[in-house]
Design a protein around this ligand. Structure first.
Ligand SMILES: Cc1ncc(COP(=O)(O)O)c(C=O)c1O
Length: 394
């Protein structure tokens, strides 16, 4: 049965989409993390209503919006937070940079788990802190692979590089591997952070994009201790494809951390976008949940199609089998070792296949030999992208 997500939308015309305009017109973009789907009708309706008002002056996020965020956390995870714990931020990258600014002194450490979303590796430079690396372990199963925590590596990275670890910048679900961490893993991380007095900044932007009906748990919901040392970052942006509206939320149950976080926002005079409030109100009120249900079925089918395509058509290539989100991590390292691909992978596929991905090495240690592919697109576009990979390799 055809799906609403099968429709191919023109994002080059009448749009300044970064994804579709960075490269020449003959390049198919499968890189930056937004989806090629229209936002859900309830969000579009509310945005039309807001524009229809005619006056687009300064607006503050309403109390009702923060209450809706709190109610959704209760509904999805039985996570008991208050509207006052919810602090609007202009984006999640801004959110984790603020968390680092209020937590870390110069030369202290920020722990990350690469390969990971590349702005995680800029925070240290922004804050004059030290990068501490707990690289994830690649585990292969035939043509698929996944990444898991190596606990010895994790423990050794804490306070490494001669620096006290002040913050663990966590990505759950994880970009680019698509891994959702289990409650046992979350509890173990929380225990280590409690023992070593480390603030957890948990970027959970992908937490509602759960494939196969998977479950997500916010690390702050694991224990009262974890709740007191965690800044959780969430947004409607990835789930409902409204990333350009720049509104997210930091959930901070610890009053002292929240006060410092808000003071830093004041100091930097950061504001959230009025139309982003409108979209977030609708999303967190649950008005787009039917749309989301359909989206998750579509993304799961895209993921399965992709994994099967790699198996059937791309010998020597391995692919992650993501539990969440619309990003796959493709491992070409065997072909690189055999000399079948030379130079940066991204350049190889741009030149030989006319298709653009994110270079795996940009996600830090462990990303070498990989590409990140965005399958948040109509099936027809996904097929086209995969055929371009195949043609490039042939
Ligand atoms: C893990 C993660 N965090 C943050 C962002 C971007 O967040 P924002 O646009 O709200 O700054 C992305 C975008 O891909 C992401 O994958």
């Amino acid at each position: 049965m055809p799906s609403q997500f099968d429709e191919v939308l023109d994002r080059r015309t009448d749009s300044n989409s970064i994804k579709w305009h960075l490269f020449d017109e003959d390049i198919l973009p499968m890189w930056v993390a937004d989806m090629d789907f229209a936002a859900p009708p309830p969000i579009l309706g509310a945005l039309h209503g807001a524009i229809g008002h005619g006056v687009l002056g300064y607006e503050a996020p309403s109390k009702e919006l923060r209450e809706n965020v709190a109610k959704r956390m209760q509904k999805l995870y039985a996570w008991d937070i208050k509207a006052d714990d919810v602090v609007p931020v202009p984006g999640l990258v801004t959110g984790f940079n603020i968390a680092a600014r209020i937590t870390c002194q110069p030369r202290e450490g920020i722990l990350i788990q690469p390969p990971v979303y590349f702005p995680f590796m800029k925070v240290q430079k922004n804050t004059d802190t030290v990068m501490q690396v707990a690289e994830l372990k690649k585990v292969t199963h035939g043509h698929t692979l996944h990444h898991e925590i190596d606990w010895e590596v994790f423990e050794n990275a804490v306070h490494s590089e001669d620096a006290k670890t002040s913050m663990f910048l966590f990505c759950n679900p994880h970009n680019p591997t698509g891994t959702i961490y289990t409650d046992e893993e979350l509890a173990r991380i929380a225990e280590i952070c409690e023992r070593e007095d480390i603030l957890i900044c948990s970027d959970e932007i992908h937490s509602e994009l759960l494939l196969d009906g998977n479950k997500h748990t916010p690390i702050a919901a694991i224990s009262p201790e974890a709740a007191q040392r965690t800044v959780t970052l969430i947004a409607a942006s990835k789930t409902f494809n409204v990333a350009g509206l720049f509104v997210g939320f930091a959930v901070i149950q610890n009053e002292s951390i929240r006060r410092k976080f808000k003071a830093e926002i004041e100091k930097l005079t950061l504001h959230t976008n009025s139309l982003g409030h409108v979209a977030s109100e609708v999303a967190f009120a649950g008005e787009c949940d039917d749309w989301l249900e359909e989206l998750l079925v579509y993304l799961t089918e895209n993921r399965d199609f992709l994994v099967n395509y790699v198996k059937e058509n791309l010998p020597g290539v391995r692919v992650s089998n993501p539990d969440s989100t619309f990003l796959a991590f493709l491992d070409f390292s065997e072909l690189v070792e055999q000399g079948k691909i030379e130079g940066p992978l991204h350049t190889f596929f741009m030149e030989k296949g006319k298709v653009a991905f994110n270079e795996g090495a940009s996600f830090g240690p462990g990303g070498e030999g990989f590409l990140r592919l965005n399958f948040g697109c109509p099936r027809e576009t996904l097929v086209e992208g995969l055929e371009r990979i195949k043609a490039a390799l042939e």
